[in-house]
Design a protein around this ligand. Structure first.
Ligand code: ACO
Length: 383
């Protein structure tokens, strides 16, 4: 028996790579705590700016601190010409929104060399959080042949994003719906994109590089790219009476039901509760309540059938199911679901970068070599 071969953990499953004060995910209890607050309490009450302040300072701001912080964010919202030029070039190639966002984010480095940015991460973090909604909204309008709209300093972060996308000041229900979503997904333990950001900062690199890397990690369908298909499924079902036969047929074909199952949560994802309540509030006042009721019916039927077809697997509703419904209700096209996730999660990424920097040890795991060790060099002409 080999005694010195290391234990390999594919996917780093079960490895605890850092301590954090930012969020706690309990998959057995279905509990998510964000900087000390249950997600149910924080998501629907706080403004997004308060949540940013909380994650960056480990406490809520008072009124003056919040006003000063808002002003600092507002001042950073407009895009410099160089970022606009880059986004126009991306739009000419019809580049994916997440790729355009990654490139535009990197363009924040197009300024005088700033060696201090590697020590004091906060100024660039502020620019990243403030500018990402402007980048996404401007790019979306460029893709559709419309002029980008300059940010409105009198609107909050969420309302201004909707304004820059659609050219209309959103009503309070719409703003609250988006703000609840942004707050609910702001941080979620050591997920893949957060880990990416921490790895980059752990080398004493800069925070723009860390966030550009994290955007790349979030883009993949196994992480942030799943809500579109969950919504497609609800639309394909179309009416409650078709839900059972449609879902049964999928499970008979051994297909996955989008918006269900989670690596960590073995009960209903608590963010699904928060977003479902937000969706219900929104759809009751401003939206298509029949669509919300259809989604509820699809969810209940899916959970029942998953228990029947996959007994013991504990498959329940995940965050993506109601993300799709809520963001669709707010008027966002499916292509903007993942970029909107990034607009929120950049706050978690940057807060993790601050934590990583404060107690830094370079993140440098090992690998087990399984290749040969006895090869001998053969000159090119003899191969
Ligand atoms: N529909 C049907 N069966 C499922 C589903 C599902 N949504 N999810 C898991 N299963 C089944 C699998 O077929 C497997 O069954 P088997 O044991 O008979 O082979 C069993 O449950 C375990 O599945 P795994 O893939 O091993 O579970 P894992 O924890 O790795 O997967 C994942 C989690 C990827 C989210 C999975 O549940 C899935 O594919 N869900 C659908 C896609 C989705 O909603 N993704 C968004 C996730 S939320 C987020 O990432 C932010």
């Amino acid at each position: 028996m080999a005694t010195n071969s290391p234990t390999v953990n594919p996917g780093l499953d079960g490895i605890v790579a850092a301590q954090t004060r930012l969020s706690s995910v309990d998959g057995q209890a279905g509990e998510l705590i964000i900087a000390g607050f249950p997600v149910e309490e924080l998501a629907s009450k706080a403004t997004f700016e308060e949540v940013v302040y909380l994650l960056w300072n480990d406490r809520l701001p008072n009124a003056q601190e919040l006003a000063d912080f808002n002003a600092a964010l507002v001042a950073q919202r407009p895009l410099p010409q160089v970022t606009l030029v880059l986004l126009y070039a991306a739009a000419a190639h019809k580049v994916d929104v997440m790729d355009a966002l990654r490139m535009a984010t990197s363009s924040i480095s197009l300024r005088a060399p700033n060696s201090k940015a590697e020590q004091d991460l906060r100024p660039d973090a502020l620019t990243l959080v403030a500018r990402m909604p402007t980048m996404v909204a401007a790019y979306w309008r460029m893709l559709h042949g419309q002029e980008p709209l300059p940010p409105r300093p009198d609107l909050g972060h969420a309302a201004n994003f909707l304004y820059m996308l659609f050219g209309e000041e959103p009503d309070p229900e719409r703003t609250r719906g988006l703000e609840t979503y942004l707050n609910a997904v702001v941080d979620h333990g050591m997920n893949a994109s957060t880990f990416t950001a921490r790895v980059i900062i752990s080398t004493q690199s800069d925070i723009i590089s860390a966030v550009a890397g994290a955007i790349g990690a979030l883009k993949g369908p196994l992480h942030g790219g799943a809500p579109g298909p969950a919504l497609d499924m609800v639309f394909e079902i179309g009416e409650p009476s078709r839900a059972e036969s449609y879902l049964r047929a999928k499970l008979e074909r051994d297909e996955r039901l989008m918006g269900f199952g989670h690596r960590i949560y073995k009960v209903r994802d608590p963010r699904a509760d928060v977003l479902s309540a937000a969706a219900e509030r929104f759809f009751r006042t401003s939206g298509d309540l029949a669509l919300y009721e259809l989604a509820r019916h699809v969810e209940q039927t899916a959970v029942r059938l998953l228990a029947e077809y996959k007994p013991g697997r504990r498959l329940d509703t995940n965050v993506e199911f109601y993300t799709a419904l809520l963001l669709h209700g707010l008027g966002l096209p499916a292509e903007l679901f993942t970029p909107t996730f990034a607009i929120s999660r950049v706050v978690g990424w940057t807060a993790h970068c601050f934590e990583q920097q404060a107690l830094n040890r370079i993140i440098r795991p090992q690998s087990e070599y399984i290749g040969p060790k006895d090869r001998r060099w053969v000159p090119l002409e003899q191969r």
